[in-house]
Unconditional design. Structure first.
Length: 71
């Protein structure tokens, strides 16, 4: 499961891909834009890999006190 910041980074990466593709179709290709997008994509993949490697620990449940039967 991805954390919030990783999901945000993925959304930004996808949105920038759409914008760069639109720019390329309308005005022509720019190598620096595509290079920047590749760097952003690699950073996003790195965040996702680091996020997947972390164990997601739940806080321990509080123990319920059960009264012992009286003899």
């Amino acid at each position: 499961m991805m954390s919030g910041p990783t999901k945000t980074m993925g959304a930004i990466t996808f949105a920038s891909l759409v914008l760069i593709t639109t720019y390329t179709v309308a005005l022509g290709s720019s190598g620096w834009l595509w290079f920047g997008w590749v760097v952003l994509g690699v950073a996003t993949i790195g965040m996702a890999a680091a996020d997947a490697g972390e164990p997601h620990l739940r806080p321990p449940r509080p123990r319920r006190h059960r009264p012992r039967p009286q003899p």
